[in-house]
Write a protein that binds this ligand. Sequence first.
Ligand SMILES: [Zn+2]
Ligand SMILES: [Zn+2]
Length: 72
Amino acid sequence: MNYILYSAENVLLTHVIKCRIDVEAFHAALDMPTCKLCANEAQWYCENDQEYFCQSCDELAHEADDNDNPND
Ligand SMILES: [Zn+2]
Ligand SMILES: [Zn+2]
């Protein structure tokens, strides 16, 4: 990943806030995360959607942008 850093302080602050939100959301749903679409047991958390997905629904939901890790 490449970033153009105009201000190291701004970048660091944004990163910290984002991490706090993500960690809180993850812990809040740790008990029984369920798929947003079918309510089965979730296996993936999408940071972009801020929703949990099971394996099959994650594939459906991200069918068009699955070229990040094609072998994963
Ligand atoms: Zn599902
Ligand atoms: Zn997504």
